[in-house]
Each structure stands twice: as C-alpha cells, then as structure tokens.
Design a protein. Structure first.
Length: 365
C-alpha cells in the first residue's frame, strides 16, 4: 500500500459513513463521504427539511488569555473587537501581498477565548503561519481532537430543540453557546455553509457517534446524512466562496466581493498595507454569476469569452438542483461585468451563451 493511501485521515464518524454505503473520496487529506444517495436528492433535502454533515476535517484553533484579542486582530481582517462573548464573525486571513490565505469564522466562546475554524485544506498552512509567533499559552491547535457536525435546513431548529434544553429562538445567526446533549458537553454555533438556517456542533471525538445518532434519531424522516457533493452545490447556489476556486493566495478580496469583511480603521493586521493599495488602485476584474438554459453544465476552469476573445474562466459551476438552470461563478473584466451581459462559455471547442445575473442564485423563502 502506498504512503499516500496509508496517510489518509479518518474522522470519528468514518465507519458510520462506510456502513451506510456512502461514496467515499479523499478530500484535504481525509477519507470523506461525497454522497449517500445522490447529490441532487441530498441537496433538496437540506433545502426542504434538514441534512446532517460530518465536517470534522475542518480545523479548530484556539486563542486564549489577555492577549487573545490582539492576536486575532493581527491575524484577521474583520474587527473582532466588536464581538461579545457568544458571538461570531466571518473574516479573512490575508498574506503579506493582500491575497487570501484563508476565509474563516472567529467565535468568541468566552471573555478571553476565541475559536477560529479554518478550511480543511489550509489547516497546516495557517498553523505554520502562526505557531512560531504565538506562545503555547496563547495558541492551541485542537483540530485532531474535535468533531464538527453541521445540522442544516428549515427543520434544523425543531430537530435540535428535541435534544437540548436551550431555547434556540434566543440565539441569532452567528451566535455561539455551550450546552449539553445528555451528559455530553458541546459547543453550538448558529452558522453554516448552505444558505439555510442551521447549527454547527463541536464536540470531542469520543462523543461524536453518540451525538450524530441522537440527531438522526430526533430528526427521523426529516433528516438525512449529506455528503460533500451537496455541500458544494448548496454553497454555490447562495454564492459562498470556496477556497481554491473563488479565492486563494493571489485573490484580490475586493474583486471577490469580500471587501465588506475588511476593516481598515481597526488598526494594523497582516497584509493591511497591500490591501490599502489594492483599494486605492481599484480592481480590474469582478466575480460575477452566470445562468444559462442550455449548453454545457458550467464547471471550474472552463474559459469565458466575449466576442471571440478569452476574458476569464469559471471558478465554480453546476446544474442547480433547485432551479434546473446552469449556474456558475467566474471573474471577468469590470467593463463587461454588468447584469444582463451575455458572454460565452467554451467547452470542447463549442461556445454556449451565458448571461450575467444578480446574485445569489437562490434565496431562502
């Protein structure tokens, strides 16, 4: 057996996925379920009822003590000083050139503790970036110890309400709190990556299967396990960026429509000087959304043309499970980025029209 195969990690719920017949793939160094029944069926289940995701490949980094806020402020672009205990915010980690090293969520879990959840593919990169600068009494990586389970969909609150005593109506989106499921301590955040209401549940690995089973039992026919395939199509319909597709180390945050999480007035942070220059000079391109009724299903990497001239490429695309339309995201020059502009997508030498549309592609009723 090759080293690359033997080194693949498994989550605490791995055997459950295998026993359920999930189609497993390697993703970010983990053996993960991509689908159980079908991507489209799982996608629609989340939109209409509820779905349960194993996201334990994500990284959980903790910053503690009186210096924790200063460290978070230096590391991220948003203003974490505005967070009260029990609140969370979406933000970026930028590099010295102003490019996006990762997009993360910062959770203020107590007065002097912050949890930062980073993308699976960037865990080692972010840890390497900060571990040499922050002492062990400030920073701790608990990524391999924590299971992250996401319950998403319009029925999520009703299902979770059956197994915890907390009144969930008191927790707004981007809130975080600690509670118990039976005798198990958990941290729960009202966050997610689907565009639906939902919760992300953090627990220690030994408790993962019990919590997963409790949720599945409480949900009954109203909840199903969901793989990474539907997670991708769900986030695309609501235009959430995927690291490695819409954003990366060379990305301009303003072109990526993420300028709203950059708070220049808060003070210094990594990459601030470069970002100031980016803002002053202005972006030459813009991330836009395309829709088409016919032609190829948009996919990452397909070229975008305007009057025979290549002007960009798609960063993501799929056949929307909700609308049935071909949808995609991509960067194009500012001068042709207006809604209603018709451009062409090239696949295997054939051109098909696609129209720039208002985003997002899907909004919750």
């Amino acid at each position: 057996m090759s080293e690359s195969v033997t080194s693949i990690k498994k989550t605490a719920l791995h055997q459950w996925h295998v026993d359920q017949g999930a189609r497993m793939i390697e993703f970010a160094g983990f053996d993960m379920p991509v689908w159980y029944k079908s991507i489209n069926d799982e996608h629609r289940m989340v939109r209409t009822s509820a779905g349960l995701f194993d996201l334990s490949h994500m990284g959980e980094l903790f910053f503690r003590g009186p210096d924790a806020l200063d460290r978070i402020q230096w590391l991220t672009t948003n203003n974490a000083a505005k967070l009260e205990p029990g609140q969370a915010q979406y933000t970026l980690v930028t590099n010295e050139k102003g490019g996006i090293r990762d997009d993360v969520i910062v959770y203020r879990t107590s007065q002097d503790e912050y949890m930062v959840v980073v993308n699976a593919s960037n865990v080692e990169k972010i840890i390497g970036h900060i571990s040499g600068q922050f002492s062990p009494d400030v920073f701790e990586d608990r990524s391999d110890e924590i299971t992250l389970i996401a319950l998403q969909g319009p029925e999520a609150s009703a299902i979770l309400g059956k197994i915890i005593s907390d009144n969930l109506s008191g927790y707004k989106p981007f809130s975080v709190f600690t509670t118990k499921m039976g005798e198990i301590n958990v941290t729960i955040a009202r966050t997610g990556y689907t565009g639906e209401d939902g919760f992300e549940i953090f627990c220690d690995n030994p408790s993962a299967l019990e919590i997963w089973s409790k949720i599945m039992e409480a949900g009954g026919e109203k909840v199903e396990p969901i793989g990474l395939g539907a997670r991708d199509t769900l986030r695309l319909e609501v235009c959430y960026s995927l690291y490695g597709n819409e954003i990366g180390e060379e990305s301009d945050p303003f072109a990526a429509r993420l300028g709203w999480v950059i708070k220049l007035k808060k003070g210094d942070f990594l990459g601030r000087d470069a970002i100031v220059r980016m803002k002053e000079e202005g972006s030459q391109v813009k991330l836009v959304g395309f829709e088409a009724d016919s032609g190829p299903i948009p996919r990452h990497g397909l070229k975008i043309f305007n009057n025979g001239e290549e002007v960009g490429e798609l960063t993501s695309g799929c056949l929307s499970p909700m609308s049935g339309r071909r949808i995609g995201l991509g960067y194009v020059p500012n001068e042709i980025s207006e809604t209603g502009t018709v451009l062409q997508i090239e696949q295997r030498g054939r051109m098909s029209d696609a129209t720039i549309v208002e985003l997002p592609f899907y909004s919750r009723p």
